[in-house]
Design a protein around this ligand. Structure first.
Ligand code: ZN
Length: 217
């Protein structure tokens, strides 16, 4: 309860907005780089919780679609809890015969509660990533090919599953958010130096972005 009161207080949300089911999804402003919440290790969702996880995940999906993302973690809307949503289906080619068709993305729309990476395997591969909290910056990030993940679904049923390809990458990126890690942390020092100014501009709100954001004051 302390957590919920704190959150409602800190983020100026009424309890009715977060904790009661309403049919209308809310689009939250996305927390920008530099906000300390993006650096916190997020708290597990307890078995008994006042959080309406269905409403929260619906809102996360709506917020993600409104900003054309393929994944969104709760800390990115100001809630430091271990929940993220993904929908990588739009990233995929429609034609299964297309050379860029990725079977890992078929039907890859899901909510992950209390995800825990059990192990990662395979060769690291690079892909140019971006992040809704870090608009205007994209860079190659190396990540392991496959991962094994334990997580709960919205019914709080536990699953252990293996993911690969782009699905694994999206999970790794969102999972990092739960650990207070951002994709820019994975970049080599030279690249980090090159984007330093851009990052500080984002923190100041000095960035062009076509979705709502909340910048650190
Ligand atoms: Zn991100």
């Amino acid at each position: 309860m302390l957590l919920t009161r704190q959150l409602a207080f800190i983020f100026n949300w009424s309890h009715s907005q977060i904790f009661k089911s309403t049919p209308i999804e809310m689009i939250y402003p996305i927390v920008a780089y530099g906000d300390p919440i993006l650096r916190k290790v997020a708290q597990p969702v307890p078995k008994e919780t006042d959080l309406d996880l269905k409403k929260l995940s619906d809102d996360l999906f709506e917020t993600m679609y409104a900003s054309a993302g393929v994944g969104l973690a709760a800390p990115q809307v100001g809630l430091s809890v271990r929940l993220f949503v993904v929908d990588g289906t739009a990233l995929n080619e429609d034609d299964p015969n297309h050379e860029d068709f990725d079977p890992s993305l078929v039907g890859f729309k899901r909510v992950f509660v209390n995800a825990q990476i059990l192990d990662e395997d395979g060769d690291e591969w690079a892909y140019e990533e971006g992040c809704l909290s870090i608009p205007g910056i994209r860079a190659d990030v190396y990540r392991a090919e496959t991962l094994r993940l334990r997580y709960e679904d919205l019914d709080r049923v536990e699953h252990v599953a293996t993911f690969e390809g782009m699905a694994a990458r999206i999970i790794q990126h969102e999972y990092d958010h739960l650990e207070g890690v951002l994709f820019t942390d994975h970049l080599p020092p030279i690249k980090r130096t090159m984007i330093k100014k851009k990052l500080s501009n984002i923190t100041k709100g000095d960035v062009k972005v076509d979705y709502r954001m909340r910048f650190p004051r």
